[in-house]
Design a protein. Structure first.
Length: 401
C-alpha cells in the first residue's frame, strides 16, 4: 500500500465553475427634453383711450336778404335791349348793381310787367322773356308777379309769363298762379336750414278782372284772406316776407290804408313787408304788435328801372337786410337793415342802366335824358330826396363791405 506523503504534489484536478448569468445593467430612464416655454411678458396696464373730442357747438346762421322795386320794362327798354339777330339781352340794365345782389340768400324783384314774349307800350305793357334770364344772371331768385299790370295782356298773357318764368331757375314766383293747387300751396324757401315764407298781394288790376273760374290766378288784397294765409304759413316758417303792391303812384308819403294794412300784417306775424307800385321811394319804419312782434316795413322801393320821365321816378332803392338765426332757425337779431339808393339812367335815346347813387356823377346827371321832359337831374336833388324819404335808413354799398 502506497503511502501518500505530503511532500510530493499530487496531480491537480480542474475546478468546475458554474457559470453565473450576469445581472442586467440598470437601465437609466431617459427623461424627455422639456420644450422651452416662451418668456411671459411683463404685465402692463393698458393705456387709457383718448377722450373723444367734444362735438363742436352748432354755429349761428347768417342770412342776407336783398329786394329791388319795380322792374318797369317800357317798350323803350325792350327796344334798347334788342340785338341785331332779333333776340334780346337785358343784362346791361343790371350789370352795374349785380355785385350788390351777389352773395345774398334771398334776392327779390318786383316784376311789374308780364314777360309774355312780346314788346308792348304803355298802357298795356309786356316784355320779352329774355329779361328773366338777365334777372337770373344778376342774381335774383324770387320774383313777384302780383301787380296792377298782371292782366295787361289778359289771362293768355299772364299764362305765357308764368310759363316763361317757370322755365327759369327762380326759387319762388309770388302772387300769380297757373292752377288753383299752386295758389293754395304754401310758399316756403329754405336757405341754410332757415325756412323763409312768402305771401304777396296787389291792390288791383288796372280795371281788368279775372274770369270767375280763374279768380285764383292773382292774389288780390283781401284782409280776411290775408289773415288766414298769414296764420297758416307763420307756424311753418322761421321768417315771413309779405310783398304788397299798394299806395298811390308818384306819392312820396304813405296812405292811411297802407299803414293800416302794415300794422295788421305785423299783428299777423310778418317779419318783413316789401312795398311796391308808387314808382317812387317811400319811408321805411319798424312796427311792433301788442305781442312784441317786430316788423320792418318798406312802404315803397320805387322804380328799379323804367322809361318814365319824372325826376322822382329815377330814384329807387335796394333793400339790404342782414339777419342772425340760431341753429334751430330761431331769429336772434336783425344785424342791419337799410336801403341803398339807386338811379335809373338813360341818355337822350337809349342807354338804359342802373347805378348806385354813391357811384353816380355830375357828368352822368348832365347827360340824363329826363332833362328833355322836365328839370335836369342833379346830385343835390337826388341826395336831398333820399334824405327826406329814407332818413337814417339810407345806406351805401361801400358801408356794407
Amino acid at each position: 500500500m502506497a503511502v501518500l506523503s505530503a511532500c510530493g504534489a499530487a496531480k491537480e484536478q480542474p475546478q468546475v465553475v458554474t457559470p453565473v448569468e450576469p445581472s442586467p445593467a440598470p437601465v437609466e430612464t431617459q427623461q424627455p427634453e422639456s420644450t422651452p416655454q416662451p418668456e411671459t411678458p411683463p404685465v402692463t396696464e393698458p393705456e387709457p383711450l383718448p377722450e373723444p373730442e367734444p362735438e363742436p357747438e352748432p354755429e349761428n346762421i347768417q342770412i342776407r336778404i336783398v329786394a329791388a322795386g319795380d322792374n318797369l320794362l317800357h317798350n323803350t327798354l325792350s327796344n334798347d335791349s334788342r340785338k341785331e339777330d332779333g333776340t334780346y339781352d337785358f343784362y346791361h340794365l343790371y350789370e352795374n348793381i349785380a355785385e350788390i345782389i351777389d352773395g345774398s340768400d334771398i334776392a327779390f324783384i318786383n316784376q311789374e310787367v308780364m314777360l309774355t314774349g312780346e314788346v308792348s307800350a304803355y298802357p298795356n305793357l309786356a316784355a320779352p322773356a329774355e329779361c328773366a334770364d338777365a334777372l337770373i344772371q344778376a342774381g335774383f331768385n324770387v320774383a313777384n308777379l302780383a301787380t296792377n299790370h298782371s292782366l295787361d295782356k289778359g289771362v293768355k298773357g299772364l299764362t305765357a309769363c308764368l310759363e316763361n318764368m317757370q322755365q327759369r331757375p327762380f326759387d319762388a314766383l309770388l302772387g300769380a298762379f297757373l292752377t288753383e293747387e299752386e295758389s293754395e300751396a304754401l310758399c316756403i324757401v329754405e336757405k341754410q336750414g332757415v325756412r323763409i315764407g312768402f305771401l304777396s298781394y296787389t291792390y288791383g288790376l288796372n280795371g281788368y278782372s279775372l274770369p270767375k273760374d280763374k279768380a285764383y290766378m292773382i292774389a288780390l288784397i283781401d284782409e280776411a284772406k290775408m289773415k288766414r294765409e298769414c296764420e297758416a304759413i307763420r307756424p311753418l316758417c322761421d321768417y315771413l316776407i309779405v310783398s304788397m303792391h299798394w299806395g298811390n303812384e308818384y306819392q312820396l308819403t304813405t296812405t292811411s290804408y297802407q299803414r293800416k294794412l302794415a300794422q295788421e300784417l305785423c299783428d299777423w306775424g310778418a317779419d318783413l313787408i316789401i312795398g311796391t307800385h308808387p314808382h317812387v321811394l317811400e319811408p321805411v319804419e319798424w312796427l311792433e304788435s301788442e305781442s312784441g312782434q317786430k316788423t320792418l316795413c318798406v312802404y315803397a322801393l320805387g322804380n328799379f328801372v323804367s322809361g318814365q320821365h319824372k325826376r322822382a321816378t329815377m330814384l329807387g332803392g335796394i333793400l339790404d337786410v342782414r339777419l342772425t338765426f340760431d341753429p334751430e332757425g330761431k331769429l336772434l337779431t336783425t344785424d342791419s337793415a337799410g336801403v341803398i339808393p339807386t338811379v335809373t339812367h338813360y341818355k337822350n335815346k337809349g342807354g338804359y342802366t342802373i347805378y348806385t347813387l354813391e357811384s353816380y356823377t355830375d357828368d352822368l346827371c348832365a347827360e340824363h335824358g329826363v332833362k328833355n321832359f322836365e328839370s335836369p337831374l342833379t346830385l343835390d336833388y337826388l341826395n336831398n330826396l333820399t334824405d327826406e324819404t329814407l332818413g337814417d335808413f339810407a345806406i351805401t354799398w361801400e358801408s356794407l363791405q
